[in-house]
Design a protein around this ligand. Structure first.
Ligand code: FAD
Length: 436
C-alpha cells in the first residue's frame, strides 16, 4: 500500500486527508500549529476559519452555492460538518467556527487511517509515494523556499494585489473604445473614457474613500509595483494621469482626439465575459469600491464579480506549473491544493482538496488522475487556474467559469439555474464514477 503525506491541515488539507483515509488508504497529515503558528490563525484546530465564519451563499445560482452542492456530492467533510454546526445567516452557510474546527480535528485525529504529525515541514518529507501540499496563503517561510525550488522562484507570489473585476454584460461600451496604447497588441483592452470634470469628481472621491484598516501582519510596505490606487492618487492630482489612467497612445475614434483620462479594462477569461480594471488594486472598503468605481461613466451600472484587495498571500502560478489534475508538471507525485493554487475562499480551497485526494486515491489504485467535467463549478475552477494566461490572480467560484449552455435564454437567473442543474447532474455522475 502506498504512503501519502498531506502537508497542512487547513480547509484543503483536511478534505484531502479525509478523502484518502475514507477510501481505505493510510495518510500522514502534517500540521505545524501549535508548534508554530501563522499570523492569522488563533487556535491549533484543523480547518480554522481565520476571518469570516461564512462559507458563502447556499443558493445554487451563485458560484459559491453551486460549488458547495457539488462538494456535498463528492462527500465533503467541510460541508457536512458546516451543516452540523451552522448558525443562522440568511442565505449563507455560516458556522460556529469553534465547534466546526473542533469536530473536524476530532474526526481526523481519531481516524484509524490518519496519523497526525504536529510539526513545521521545512523539507519535502521523504519515503512517500504521493505528497499533497496544502499549506495555504500563509505557508511558513522555510517551506515557501521548498515550494520555490519545486516550482521555480518566478512562479511563487507573496503578495496579492487584486484589481476589481466586472461582468462584461454590465459595461456600457458606448462610453469608451477598444484599443491598445500606440496600437500595439491584439485589442484586448477596453478604454473607459473620462473627461476633465469626470476625472475631477472621481479623483476627489478616490482620495477620500474609506479604507480597510490594515491587519498587523499586513502592515508591510507596499511594493511600488502594486500600490493601492488611492495611495497613488494621494501623491498628487496628476499621478494617476501619468500612471494607470494615462491616456497617451490612445485616440478616441469618436472624437479623433486623445481622451483626458482612461481606465483600461482587460479580458480576464478567454470568452471575455469578465473584465478587470487594470492597475486598480485597492484597499478601499467593498461598498466604497462599488460607489467610487461606478463614477466611471462606462461602469455606471457595472456588476462587480470580484472586488479589489491587497494582502499577504503565497500562491503559485498554477497555470505554468500544474496540470488540471493539480499535479506538479515536473513531478506528478506532488499535488497542490487549496489557496496556494490560486483559488480563493474557504469553499474553493476545500473543494480543490477533495480533488487532490480523489486523484491520489486513483493513482494509488493504479488509475489515471481525473478532472470533473468543465460543466461543473469545480471542473471550471481547476481549468481556469491551470489554463494558459499571462498571469494568475486568485479566483473565486463564478458562473462565468462554466460554458454557456443556452445563450437563447435571456433571463440571467434562469440561465444560471440551467447551468447549475447541468453541473449537478454531471457532478453526480462524476462522483459515482471516479472510483472506477
Ligand atoms: C487573513 C485572511 C483572511 C481571510 N478571510 C477569508 C474569509 O473571510 N472568507 C473566505 O472565504 N476566505 C478567507 N481567506 C482565505 C482563506 O483563508 C483561505 O482561502 C483558506 O483558509 C485556504 O485554505 P487552505 O487550506 O488553502 O489554507 P489554510 O486554511 O490556511 O491551511 C493551511 C494550513 O497549513 C499549515 N501550514 C503552513 N505552513 C506549514 C508548514 N510548513 N508545515 C506544516 N503546516 C503548515 C497552516 O498552519 C494551516 O493550518 C482569508 C485568508 C487570510 C490569510
Amino acid at each position: 500500500m502506498g504512503k501519502v503525506a498531506v502537508i497542512g491541515a487547513g480547509l484543503a488539507g483536511s478534505e484531502a486527508a479525509f478523502k484518502i483515509a475514507t477510501s481505505g488508504f493510510k495518510v500522514d497529515l502534517y500540521e505545524m500549529r501549535p508548534v508554530k503558528t501563522t499570523p492569522a490563525h488563533r487556535t491549533e484546530g484543523f480547518a480554522e476559519l481565520v476571518c469570516s465564519n461564512s462559507l458563502g451563499g447556499k443558493d445554487i445560482t451563485t458560484g459559491s452555492g453551486l460549488l458547495k452542492e457539488e462538494m456535498r456530492l463528492l462527500g465533503s467533510l467541510i460541508v457536512s460538518v458546516a451543516e452540523e454546526f451552522s448558525v443562522p445567516a440568511g442565505g449563507a452557510l455560516a458556522v460556529d467556527r469553534v465547534k466546526f474546527s473542533r469536530r473536524i480535528t476530532e474526526i481526523l485525529e481519531n481516524h484509524p487511517n490518519i496519523k497526525v504529525i504536529r510539526k513545521e515541514v521545512t523539507q519535502l518529507p521523504e519515503g512517500y509515494n504521493f505528497i499533497i501540499i496544502a499549506t495555504g496563503p500563509l505557508t511558513s517561510e522555510a517551506f515557501s523556499k521548498v515550494i520555490q525550488r519545486l516550482t521555480g522562484s518566478e512562479y511563487l507570489y507573496f503578495y496579492d494585489a487584486i484589481a476589481p473585476t466586472v461582468d462584461a454584460d454590465t459595461v456600457d461600451f458606448s462610453k469608451g473604445f477598444w484599443g491598445d496604447r500606440y496600437g500595439k497588441g491584439k485589442g484586448d483592452y477596453f478604454n473607459c473614457v473620462l473627461n476633465e470634470e469626470e476625472y475631477e469628481i472621481f479623483y476627489n472621491e478616490l482620495i477620500n474613500g474609506k479604507q480597510v484598516p490594515l491587519k498587523d501582519f499586513e502592515k508591510a510596505v507596499f511594493f511600488e509595483g502594486c500600490l493601492p490606487i488611492e495611495e497613488m492618487a494621494r501623491r498628487g492630482k496628476q499621478t494617476l494621469l501619468f500612471g494607470p489612467m494615462k491616456p497617451v497612445g490612445l485616440i478616441d475614434p469618436k472624437t479623433g482626439k486623445q481622451p483626458f483620462a482612461v481606465i483600461q479594462l482587460r479580458k480576464e477569461n478567454r470568452e471575455g465575459t469578465l473584465l478587470s480594471l487594470v492597475g486598480f488594486q485597492t484597499k478601499l472598503k467593498y461598498p466604497e469600491q462599488k460607489r467610487i468605481f461606478r463614477l466611471i461613466p462606462a461602469l455606471k451600472d457595472a456588476t462587480f464579480v470580484r472586488l479589489g484587495s491587497i494582502h499577504r498571500n503565497t500562491f503559485i502560478q498554477s497555470h505554468r506549473v500544474l496540470k488540471p489534475t493539480l499535479q506538479l508538471k515536473k513531478d506528478p507525485r506532488i499535488l497542490f491544493a487549496g489557496q496556494i493554487t490560486g483559488v480563493e475562499g474557504y469553499a474553493a480551497s476545500a473543494a480543490t482538496g477533495i480533488l487532490a485526494g480523489i486523484n491520489v486515491v486513483r493513482m494509488l489504485k493504479g488509475k489515471e488522475p481525473t478532472v470533473p467535467p468543465e460543466t461543473t463549478m469545480l471542473g471550471g475552477l481547476v481549468r481556469y487556474i491551470t489554463e494558459p494566461k499571462e498571469e494568475l490572480q486568485p479566483m473565486n467560484p463564478n458562473f462565468s467559469l462554466l460554458p454557456d449552455l443556452d445563450k437563447k435564454v435571456r433571463d440571467k437567473r434562469r440561465r444560471k439555474l440551467l447551468k447549475a442543474e447541468r453541473a449537478l447532474k454531471d457532478m453526480e455522475i462524476f462522483a459515482s464514477q471516479w472510483k472506477n
